[in-house]
Design a protein around this ligand. Structure first.
Ligand SMILES: *Cc1c(COP(=O)(O)O)cnc(C)c1O
Length: 421
């Protein structure tokens, strides 16, 4: 089935009421038929609902549908994108282990890797996403995960996914990719050898800035990669916290199962059924929206590139952009999503432009249907020194846009008056 069709139907089987809309199962717990039924559910002899921290029928539809869109085996929804990233990493890495991350990551992912994972004894090592050949020298026998973003936020680079997964396969290391900005509509990382995909559902999935959530998806046949792989004893040996369960022997997608049975059970960053329902509504139009976001962003990028006050435009849909080749290779029809940035002469000019826009809202979010403008140097990257700003590509005159679904004519007119003011 095609993605557009899956987005409307996958994962939902109508119950007795035969509702067209997926029902919201707003409940904490579920009644067991009898003691034996309860015991069977806890022993995984039978699958079913126990408690909403572990599973919920509305969330189940969201997970199944999203996993289908990615072309994966199963999904695990979480309370936020950050929780999905943490679970994807903590499922593989423990104290004494290390992970290899792209330098170009979402700010929250950088602090999670450098500071919070460090407190749990997991070391983060960094490579330049523009140069995957740096990865090999960083791998040792304690390396558990290679983590990167398909389309990076905020630096707007496109990863050479196949080059990264090739190195990972050579060493038997799991790859985790954050596909938030590209979405499965534009990019399907599993087709390029990735093992685990994570998302912040708070961005394009909800699409209207309505809710925080995340999801982790595992590829098909991951068990073949993990079985007997010496890097991952936790899947090959009995789980003491689950009466000796050996995950590689269970006929279910094992990465998701272990994340659900241990991480979600014990750490509890569960998504609310209502938010899952909002994400299901968002998914219905995801394909249409991503095309329109990309078309609008392309028009705005071309306008900015031709404007005399603009020094540089970063958008992978532009032929002049260093990521153009990867965007053509990895993204559906070369569409490059709604995120772009541009550079003007000075900090003062950037501030004036941001304040002069009327249609764009000054917000630190992306992926809303309403267009957003941010000035990273004075907000998200305020704590960095001038040298650090230059190093991570956030120049004082850099302005970031998340292009929404308004008419591109109006967006361009607004930027024009702001630039010419
Ligand atoms: C926003 C974002 C996150 C974090 O997601 P939350 O849902 O806000 O926790 C992670 N990765 C990327 C690329 C993001 O844009």
């Amino acid at each position: 089935m095609q993605l557009q069709t899956q987005a409307l139907h996958a994962g939902y089987e109508k119950d007795g009421q035969r509702t067209m809309a997926v029902p919201i199962y707003q409940t904490t717990a579920y009644e067991f038929r009898d003691v034996e039924h309860a015991a069977n559910l806890f022993a995984l002899k039978e699958l079913g609902n126990i408690y909403t921290r572990l599973n919920n029928p509305t969330t189940d539809v969201f997970e199944k549908r999203f996993a289908m869109l990615e072309g994966g085996a199963a999904g695990l929804a979480t309370a936020s994108g950050m929780a999905a990233i943490f679970y994807a990493i903590a499922n593989a890495a423990e104290t004494g282990d290390n992970i290899i991350c792209a330098k170009q990551l979402y700010g929250g992912s950088l602090t999670q890797a450098s500071h919070t994972l460090k407190r749990f004894g997991i070391e983060a090592r960094y490579f330049d996403v523009q140069n995957p050949s740096e990865i090999e020298a960083l791998i040792d026998d304690k390396t558990k995960v290679i983590f990167f973003e398909s389309l990076t936020n905020p630096s707007i680079d496109v990863a050479d996914i196949a080059a990264i997964t090739k190195i990972a396969k050579k060493f038997g290391v799991l790859t985790v990719v954050d596909n938030t900005v590209a979405t499965p509509v534009l990019c399907r990382p599993f087709e390029h050898g990735v093992d685990i995909v994570v998302h912040s559902a708070s961005k394009y999935t909800t699409g209207q800035g309505l809710a925080i959530g995340g999801i982790m998806v595992e590829r098909n046949d991951l068990v073949d990669f993990i079985r007997s792989n010496p890097r991952y004893p936790q899947f090959n040996e009995g789980d003491a916290s689950y009466h000796g369960l050996v995950y590689v022997d269970v006929p279910l997608p094992l990465y998701t199962l272990r994340a659900r049975l241990s991480l979600l059970r014990d750490l509890g960053a569960v998504v609310s059924p209502f938010n899952s329902w909002l994400f299901i509504q968002g998914i219905e139009t995801l394909s249409l929206r991503m095309r329109e976001h990309s078309r609008n962003a392309q028009a705005v990028a071309e306008f900015l590139e031709a404007h005399p006050k603009v020094k540089k435009v970063n958008y992978p849909g532009l032929k002049s952009n260093s990521n153009y080749v990867n965007a053509q290779r990895y993204f559906q029809d070369g569409m490059a999503s709604g995120l772009l940035s541009f550079e003007v002469e000075s900090l003062e000019l950037a501030k004036r432009i941001v304040d002069a826009t009327q249609l764009f809202s000054l917000v630190v979010n992306i992926g809303d249907s309403k267009s957003i403008i941010t000035h990273p140097a004075s907000t998200t990257h305020q704590q960095l020194s001038h040298e650090e700003l230059i190093a991570c590509g956030v120049l004082p005159g850099l302005i970031r846009l998340s292009i929404g679904l308004e008419s591109s004519i109006d967006l361009i007119n607004d930027l024009k008056q702001a630039l010419d003011a």
